[in-house]
Write a protein that binds this ligand. Sequence first.
Ligand code: ARG
Ligand code: ZN
Length: 849
Amino acid sequence: MRDPAPKTIYLADYTPPAYWVDDVHLTFRLAPSSTRVVSRILFRPNPDAPGPFFLHGEALTTISVRIDGQPVSPTPVEGGIVCDVPDRPFTWEAEVEIDPQANTALEGLYLSGGMYCTQCEAEGFRKITYYPDRPDVMAPFTVRIEGDAPVLLSNGNPSGSGPGWSEWHDPWPKPAYLFALVAGNLVAHRDRFTTRSGRDVELAIWVREGDLHKCAFGMDALKRSMVWDERVYGREYDLDVFNIVAVDDFNMGAMENKGLNIFNASAVLASPDTATDANFERIESIIAHEYFHNWTGNRITCRDWFQLCLKEGLTVFRDQQFSADERSAPVKRIDDVLALRGRQFREDNGPLAHPVRPESFVEINNFYTATVYEKGAELIGMLRRLVGAQAYDRALQLYFERHDGQACTIEDWIAVFEDTTGRDLRQFKRWYSQAGTPRLDVTDSFEDGRYTLHFRQHTPPTPGQPDKDPLVIPVAVGLLAPSGEEVVSTTLLEMTEAEQSFAFDGLSARPVPSLLRGFSAPVILTRSADNAERAFLLAHDTDPFNRWEAGRALAKDALMRMVTDGAAPDAAFIEALGLLLDDDSLDPAFRALALHLPGQDDLAQSLFDAGVTPDPGAIHAACEAMADAMAEVLEQRLATIYDAMQVPGPYSPDASAAGRRALANGALSLLSRRDGAARAATQFAAADNMTQQLAGLAALVRRGRGEDALAAFYDQWRGDRLVLDKWFGLQPGLAQPQDAADVATRLTAHPDFDWKNPNRFRAVLGALAANAAGFHHPSGAAYTLMADWLIRLDPVNPQTAARMTTVFETWRRYDADRQALIADALERIAATPGLSRDTGEMVNRIRGA
Ligand code: ARG
Ligand code: ZN
């Protein structure tokens, strides 16, 4: 099925469809290896874009095709068929056969644990039937499902059912990528919701019988999302039913199919004994994300896949706002920035860098990236900061009014802001087309009561974009007097030039600047701040984000000096951290974040940026030495915190309890360096919830004392896939650098290593890659193991294999020996006969070929 010469698709080549679709009727006769799909589609020529009649189709066995009742013989062409059709509206009827059982790629219609399900975004519908599988073709769908399964679901409202069949009608015109079908032996956790204007909606989360006790939290999150979208965006739900289904085998987190969201089981199922606080939080945000897509994605969709950020950036921004409202806004912002820096900056500063709106692709599935999603969300946040919250709300209302039912572009999006505010946003739009993370250099001066900040921006070259233009950068700034008092509260500076200065008058003494408050733009701020200034901000800044950022900068500086100069752990940093930990006025979740050392991959990038070739082993050793020193110096305080932060009573996943557990478990991890992991062993044995159990287990494993606990954990949880994923992931993730590849190798030979399941595959191989010192151990064993498994997975599931190649995207940072080893691994993958288009594109881009 491999294309002989993979084709590159360009944004600039967009043309409207030659035919519109007015109505779709589908009948499915389900059978595991021979499902029949009968389509009846009303087509109408598009007078504005005459052209040949082409329908996408892939791996379809054609049984029959008719136009207006007369048999026709379409001509197969690359990626589909063409056919002579009348020059007027006509009815297309086709019957095809497909093989869900053989579909291991998990795209189109496939079987997961005996249950039929679909994933059509981005271009999976063409594996179900012949169709113009492009998001600008929108139509109402009626679907009839015939099969043995007790539950037969599709999009929209149920319109009839009987023994062995059901029928569904979705009145809202939608593109094919939002089509969904589920059939299986499922049970429902049910609830209901009444919208603001009085529509009664039946809600259901469909799962296998044994998972019914894991649905309550997801349902609660759904109802809160529905209320929130009404209150904050004025958006109501628009069907009589809203169904969510949990699926074990799924390439991504979840999918917003109209009225029938399909979820990776890991992104919806949770109970206190099986899911951690972090799992609960992730589930809440994904439920919200998919629900919010009903307006930003479904009612208003994308004209073409280059516009993916139109729905994804906006919907991520909306789910971030939701989580900030439901939980702690500052903590949420820090978490989001950690994720952005950890994944998006890494992407933006390597061979896979691409604009938020890419201009070309070979395989669109390779562009569901941190840049499109997370940087895309940052662009929305910047727009909102620039125009103000009220204008943002007005622009969004205009967007919904003007574009409901349409397939839109970033130009449409920008226009609603221009029309609402009268602003010229042409320069802002560069954020959508220019890849790379801008660097913002800052210096300052003080004279006669006037304090001046001098900014210089530049964006390093990225693949295909050697030269960059200046961007509009919103810089939120506050000024603090030497006393610690805030003399200028948060002020938004709008930088538009390559170099620009901003002055503040009437100051009696040189202030300390708090720059880029709340992380007001996705840039790398470079300022040769001294540590005294950072410690001052850590103690006094009124902006919680920057307070955390100051501590982070101190930690990073200390760790980098340990790596480069063999410095000892910085006593002043540890002392400042101790003061912060003791400050009971601070949210425990915030203190827990402050206690976390910067990630080792983050340190590697910072060293590289500073002109030092990072040695992952040395970085690991520095982090260990720092943690040892923190544990030694802060032992008493950590012990007090550990005891004080225990949460009494039955487990609840709420933000405040979760924050206390996060702080206690941060303390536990350090204390385990002092007490022989005694506390961890006790906590592991006594835990009545997964957060506590897993934290105990992790601390034991880190100290090399996890053997018995790992065995006990396995015995306890071998029957629960999602928990077993944690067991598989924890071991390579926490292994010592020299052991990581062996640990992962051993796990891939385990009878429960069901490698065709994406969650299980990622648990082991993803965790290995996330263990920076283990993955980059100079033996190269982890690179070899990774390449072997990617080669094995690629023909089975190209999407997941292609995604996992990003573990190699940072390879140019490292020394010649490591680069040579990675180059071998990449070459070996690239040379694999029959390599998928997905993985082929990724490996070529990573290699810079
Ligand atoms: N639209 C989905 C979401 O954002 C992601 C689905 C992407 N799937 C894919 N195969 N590319 O939740
Ligand atoms: Zn999404």
